[in-house]
Write a protein that binds this ligand. Structure first.
Ligand code: SF4
Length: 174
């Protein structure tokens, strides 16, 4: 009887230990999956097209993931070489979108994106950026004031950033 009680106690303590470690792992996983975002930030894209090409101040690099380039090629019946250049120094991105002689994305026509539903992650993210902060052990959203629609329009709530975060996780498989 005493032996059975001792065995039970041992089993329970093992289970508790396992529970403790798994919640510790969950805690760190959750931290890695959590993020901070700018509070009460206003933004409403007005489709001005500034982020679709170079400006006087900035040369734009529209980077593509392998999967994105493949999807665009399949849906437009173009080859990847028709609209992009292969790159090897910007992992996980494998291609860079070609630009017109005016420095605009090759798919921008009359200031409209002609592959809007297929646009790459980088276009969907602008004017935001997401980086992992090792000190805080979580991701952090930041933004650029280059975009003229920044600080205008409706206040962005957590759902807006959640959507972007989910998209990044999904496309970057992280
Ligand atoms: S620069 Fe800003 S407002 Fe203009 S198209 Fe890009 S995201 Fe929209």
């Amino acid at each position: 009887m005493a032996r059975a009680i001792a065995a039970n106690k041992f089993k329970k303590s093992k289970l508790n230990q396992r529970g403790f470690y798994s919640s510790l792992v969950n805690y760190y996983l959750l931290k890695k999956l959590s993020f901070t975002y700018p509070a009460k930030l206003r933004f409403n894209c007005n489709r001005c097209g500034l982020c679709c090409g170079d400006t006087k101040e900035k040369t734009r690099h529209i980077l593509l993931l392998e999967e994105e380039a493949q999807t665009i090629a399949a849906k437009t019946a173009l080859s990847k070489q028709d609209f992009s250049l292969e790159i090897s120094d910007k992992h996980p991105y494998c291609f860079e979108m070609k630009k017109t002689s005016e420095g605009k994305c090759i798919f921008l026509k009359d200031n409209h994106c002609t592959i809007y539903s297929l646009r790459p992650l980088i276009c969907r993210f602008y004017p935001f950026e997401l980086k992992f902060d090792p000190d805080q052990e979580q991701h952090a959203f930041s933004f650029t004031l280059e975009c003229p629609a920044m600080l205008r329009g409706e206040i962005l709530g957590k759902n807006f950033f959640l959507r972007l975060f989910g998209l990044a996780k999904d496309r970057l498989k992280c």
